[in-house]
Ligand binder design. Structure first.
Ligand code: SF4
Length: 179
């Protein structure tokens, strides 16, 4: 896997500097502001805000229907209209506890290396002083996502997806779907 030092160099090379425009927190095209969150991230936000699980997260919206089974994988930050529910103007209300995806946008790391999503903050004259932090967070996000994927894979192997009611499969098990 790419080292965080090399990642930081690649991030600097994109000329990225966050413009704090909040565009990545608004839906600019269908699904563009879906922020996947795991249980640990939701718990951190619950502690910081006093909000309930349901007030913070909603099921990932793309459901899979197979016969009388109806399910989806994981959770996303709840949205209100076209905005993340935590966006206030162009300010994140949970900046210190924001999820991995928010900490590392517009970057993503996978087996093939670094990807860069469209973002107004790319190709700036002033490069981010936070490249090392973003690189470090990307490595931690990568490890967290792999861990979540593996747990979900084991749940699918060991449990039967119930029929007749929509459910959400996450790294902890199979849970009831709610809107
Ligand atoms: S949690 Fe904050 S940074 Fe993440 S999408 Fe919501 S407002 Fe934006």
């Amino acid at each position: 896997m790419t080292s965080s030092v090399s990642l930081a160099e690649q991030i600097r090379g994109t000329g990225f500097s966050c413009r704090r425009c909040g565009s990545c927190c608004r839906e600019t095209e269908p699904g563009s502001n879906l922020v996947m969150v795991g249980q640990e991230e939701i718990t951190r936000i619950m502690k910081a805000t006093g909000l309930s699980f349901e007030e913070i997260a909603e099921p990932y919206p793309d459901r899979i229907c197979e016969g009388d089974r109806d399910y989806t994988f994981g959770w996303v930050l709840r949205r209100i209209g076209d905005r993340c529910r935590f966006l206030d103007g162009s300010t994140c209300q949970i900046y210190e506890t924001r999820p991995w995806i928010c900490r590392t946008y517009p970057f993503m790391l996978d087996e093939n290396g670094l990807s860069v999503y469209p973002c107004e903050g790319i190709d700036q004259d002033f490069q981010t002083p936070d490249a090392v932090i973003i690189a470090f967070d990307l490595c931690r996000r990568y490890a967290y996502e792999r861990e979540q994927d593996e747990k979900i894979r084991m749940i699918i192997q060991s449990e039967t997806i119930p029929a007749g009611r929509p459910v959400v499969i996450d790294a902890e098990g199979i849970k009831d779907y709610y809107g």
